[in-house]
Design a protein around this ligand. Structure first.
Ligand SMILES: *Cc1c(COP(=O)(O)O)cnc(C)c1O
Length: 372
């Protein structure tokens, strides 16, 4: 097998989708995929069997939603621009504005282009529960969503929906806090709209997530607010633990310890491991010194900090061995880069029948075509 390659297991993806289907069936909420976290469109026939569509952050994701899923497309951007708004309006079922000024600037054009479009406003419930500021939409001075102070009641005649997105990798207790803040601040507007979108960041498919409680929270909300459609738009929960990144050891050097150089890169192919940061699990490996042979695993770019971390193995590693990073399907290939000219990992799907299908390979072309 050529490496590096991200391998998505269809069986595991479907397991996630079935959990989300259960939430939809029991709670009455609709779930759409946030493309920002997972956009392997060769799986969208399957994803579309379970979910209601996609949430897109701007024109390109909206186009991808339309082309490969063709169910509902909800498009949000912190700010839209003149040259894209008409095309976005044409292909979106819902357009979500970030501020009253953007709403006023573009809602009429959007309605003219697409009379059936839903107009929504993203609000900021100002309830911070995410520990890492980089991922906290309610962090201090956040640009994301309209605060109560900036809410413009003159828009209410035209607004069809309200969105909030305030979570990241969280359980239902965090949703309950945010929902409480949302209803406290914006409760008087809820029954004037037809849908409320609870955003993403719900770690629904992770072991230990309280799915029954989520269903209860949504049902209770829907009983407080009759005839309001509820949406959730997770990204990570769809791609969670449904595949891995396979790499090959190219060389082993020693500088105070053994260092294995891989044909992949933390910086270019697993960027969240450096920015969150978090430590990716490696199949068969433990933490440093837990097993007999400890190595620093490192990437094949010239960035000094392109390092996955220290891992230990029961057997010594050798050049040519495969190293498999677990859970590398969400927020990986949607963010990967050709930094340093490094080859992008191929994309593959392990089908339910056991066939491994390489759905996309990359080369020099992808590097060159982004430069001039
Ligand atoms: C990122 C994002 C999501 C998806 O978040 P996950 O953490 O991947 O579930 C949903 N909605 C909005 C507005 C987002 O920015």
């Amino acid at each position: 097998m050529q490496t590096p390659v991200y391998i998505c297991e269809e069986k595991l993806l479907e397991k996630n989708l079935k959990i989300l289907e259960y939430v939809q069936n029991r709670s009455g909420a609709k779930i759409i995929l946030a493309l920002k976290g997972f956009a392997m469109h060769s799986t969208f026939d399957l994803v579309g069997e379970y979910l209601h569509g996609c949430t897109a952050s701007g024109l390109h994701e909206a186009l991808l939603s339309k082309e490969f899923m063709n169910k509902e497309t909800h498009t949000y951007a912190p700010a839209f621009k003149d040259e894209e708004i008409e095309e976005i309006a044409k292909i979106s079922d819902t357009i979500v504005f970030n501020s009253p000024t953007q709403f006023k600037k573009y809602s009429k054009i959007a309605k003219t282009i697409n009379p059936n479009i839903n107009l929504s406003l993203r609000v900021n419930p100002e309830c911070s529960t995410v520990e890492v500021a980089l991922y906290d939409p309610c962090a201090i001075n956040s640009r994301l969503g309209t605060t109560l102070k900036n809410f413009d009641e003159s828009l209410l005649d035209d607004i069809n929906g309200l969105n909030f997105h305030a979570l990241c990798e969280q359980n239902v207790d965090a949703l309950e806090s945010v929902l409480k803040a949302f209803e406290k601040n914006f409760g008087k507007y809820i029954d004037k709209v037809s849908h409320i979108n609870f955003g993403g960041g719900h770690h629904i498919t992770k072991d230990g997530y309280d799915v029954e409680k989520l269903i209860e929270v949504i049902k209770e909300f829907r009983s407080r607010h009759k005839n309001i459609e509820v949406y959730l738009e997770p990204g990570e929960a769809i791609g969670w633990e449904c595949g891995y990144l396979v790499s090959t050891i190219l060389d082993i050097v020693n500088n105070g310890m053994d260092i294995a150089i891989l044909d992949t890169s933390a910086e270019a192919h697993m960027p969240d491991t450096l920015s969150m940061p978090y430590r990716a699990e490696v199949r068969g490996a433990g933490v440093a010194n837990e097993k007999k042979y400890t190595y620093k695993l490192a990437g094949n770019t010239c960035l000094a900090g392109d390092i996955m971390g220290d891992y230990s193995f029961a057997q010594p590693l050798k050049v040519g061995d495969k190293v498999i990073f677990e859970d590398q399907i969400h927020y990986t290939f949607v963010k990967s880069t050709t930094f340093n000219g490094i080859k992008l990992p191929s994309l593959a799907i392990l089908r339910k029948n056991g066939d491994l299908e390489i759905v996309k390979e990359f080369g020099y072309e992808e590097y060159k075509s982004r430069l001039s």
